[in-house]
Design a protein. Structure first.
Length: 153
């Protein structure tokens, strides 16, 4: 951090505390060149995660949109809101840990299906039927057979 008074690049932190409800850190520094004190703020750099949709358009990742899709799949099922929020947390964390700033909606859908498969089979099949756009009963049955095979192992 460059001193605003003399331009020296070396300073020491003499006090550090959270600011703005923990969103930033306020640091008091002392310049090692001139001895004057100054304040800096440190914030987490957030780069928006972009979703590449089927039509190749892009939009910012929307956590609420994902949660709404999972809620629809779990309607009238014994799945708690907390379980769904945890699933969305897991998906979001996987996306952020990948260091990719653009992800396909298909990949997000696959992550969502993997989470739903752990939570509720019926919700999983509901989500898969919309997500994979089953065109006939045979593709639907194939998915059910696959689900049953994974449950047996």
């Amino acid at each position: 951090m460059k001193c605003p008074y003399c331009g020296e690049t070396e300073s020491k932190v003499i006090d550090s505390r959270p600011a703005d409800d923990g969103e930033r850190i306020r640091r008091r520094r002392e310049c090692l060149g001139c001895g004057k004190r100054f304040t800096t703020y440190e914030i987490v750099e957030t780069v928006p995660l972009m979703v590449i949709k089927k039509d190749k358009s892009r939009e910012a990742f929307n956590r609420q949109k994902l949660l709404n899709g999972l809620l629809r799949a779990c309607e009238k099922r014994p799945v708690s809101f907390q379980q769904l929020e945890q699933a969305v947390d897991n998906i979001e964390q996987t996306l952020l840990n990948s260091y990719e700033r653009e992800v396909s909606s298909m990949y997000i859908g696959e992550l969502a299906m993997a989470q739903l498969q752990k939570i509720d089979d019926v919700a999983y099949v509901r989500f898969a039927s919309v997500y994979r756009q089953f065109s006939d009963i045979n593709t639907f049955m194939d998915e059910l057979k696959h689900l049953l095979q994974t449950r047996e192992t």
